[in-house]
Design a binder for this molecule. Structure first.
Ligand SMILES: Cc1cc2nc3c(=O)[nH]c(=O)nc-3n(C[C@H](O)[C@H](O)[C@H](O)COP(=O)(O)OP(=O)(O)OC[C@H]3O[C@@H](n4cnc5c(N)ncnc54)[C@H](O)[C@@H]3O)c2cc1C
Length: 335
């Protein structure tokens, strides 16, 4: 075990955890961020790095992976360590010899740390895409569940399956480079932002609704001799494509979190928090997608508010005499 005691340990290096880490570092706390993935950025890098985000303040539009790069830079300027490939497997409250205050002992797959406070920013836990189950014999490498390299789709024919924001966003994004994009959805209506549906209707994407994919088979294109997928849809029509991108959502798994020793109140996979984002345990806060309270939206921007709020609450408790917020201009040296 390391002898160091952190003021704040943040679990999760998604946008919420990164921004909370920046803010805690700017306020001169001894802070660290832990994440089980190999890269920072949470859902943004793991699920939609190429997608444009339009609802982050200050950006007209920003590519998800670029927002993460900027957040990491912003956080690292204060020397905040972002420890990747370290899954938190347990948190236990322990006594201190020199004081009555408890500490939290955080065990990861690599090390054990001590911290006065914890901010949980674990999103929905680890996530895996919902797999399309369909008949047929086909090359599974042509059925994709995330799109990390838009240029690979240059000049290709692509089908996208799904009816939510990500299916529409990906269809529009791919239509910029692909020869043809077809969007297949089982209902006539889409579960997406009104503006996205408007963009879709004005785009070159062929919308095939209400239809499902009944079968997928490998076929060889007679002209190019390239191997393709033939999709048979529920009305009997067939569609030949180079790739199928399935966007049916994600299954989240927080089994590891439920196994933590500390007894945290949860509502399904979310942590129940009070008006200051504290859980039922003193000095353990939860922010971002993992926090549950009335009116929670699940947007990046919410996590950006919740992080600084939680840090200020923690500082008021662990540092005497410095309880209030401060403006960033007063914390950066004058140039
Ligand atoms: C396709 C798609 C498009 C979206 N588009 C938008 C959009 O345009 N605008 C918007 O505002 N929101 C959008 N969202 C939602 C947005 O991505 C989330 O609100 C945001 O990612 C939440 O950030 P977070 O930091 O709370 O959690 P996450 O991004 O989920 O990050 C949580 C991190 O915690 C880590 N973690 C989990 N368990 C552990 C553990 N035990 N130990 C260590 N680390 C752990 C995970 O590895 C992960 O890196 C979109 C979501 C999806 C899926």
């Amino acid at each position: 075990m390391t002898a160091e005691i952190y003021d704040i340990t943040i679990i999760g290096a998604g946008p919420s955890g990164l921004f909370a880490g920046f803010y805690a570092g700017m306020r001169k706390n001894k802070v660290q961020i832990l994440d089980s993935l190999e890269i920072a950025g949470g859902q943004l890098n793991a699920l939609y790095p190429e997608k444009m985000i339009h609802d982050v303040p200050g950006y007209f539009a920003v590519k998800a992976e670029e927002l993460v790069t900027d957040l990491v830079k912003q956080t690292e300027q204060f020397g905040v360590p972002i420890r990747l490939s370290e899954q938190v497997i347990d948190i236990v409250a322990v006594d201190q010899e020199s004081s009555d205050d408890k500490l939290y002992q955080i065990t990861t797959t690599k090390a054990t740390y001590l911290s006065k406070a914890v901010i949980i920013a674990t999103g929905n836990g680890s996530f895996t895409p919902k797999i399309l189950k369909t008949a047929g014999e086909f090359d599974a490498s042509k059925v994709l569940y995330s799109m990390t390299d838009k240029q690979k789709m240059d000049g290709k024919r692509i089908a996208v399956a799904g009816g939510g924001d990500s299916a529409i966003d990906m269809s529009l994004l791919l239509s910029e480079v692909a020869e043809k994009v077809s969007l297949i959805h089982r209902r006539k209506e889409f579960r997406a932002h009104e503006s996205s549906v408007d963009h879709l209707q004005a785009s070159s994407v062929a919308v095939l609704v209400p239809l499902t994919i009944e079968r997928i088979d490998d076929v060889v294109d007679e002209d190019t001799e390239n191997q393709q997928l033939r999709l048979t849809l529920s009305d009997g029509q067939t569609l030949e494509v180079d790739y199928l991108l399935v966007q049916h959502g994600f299954l989240s798994n927080n089994k590891d979190i439920r196994a933590w020793s500390v007894n945290l109140a949860m509502d399904r996979q979310h942590f129940v928090v009070d008006a200051h984002y504290q859980t039922n345990q003193e000095l353990i806060y939860a922010i971002g997608d993992t926090a549950k309270y009335d009116g929670k939206l699940g947007l990046i921007v919410e996590g950006f508010e919740e992080g600084p709020h939680a840090v200020n609450q923690i500082m008021a408790k662990i540092h005497s005499g410095n309880p209030s917020h401060a403006h960033s201009t007063s914390l950066f040296p004058e140039k």
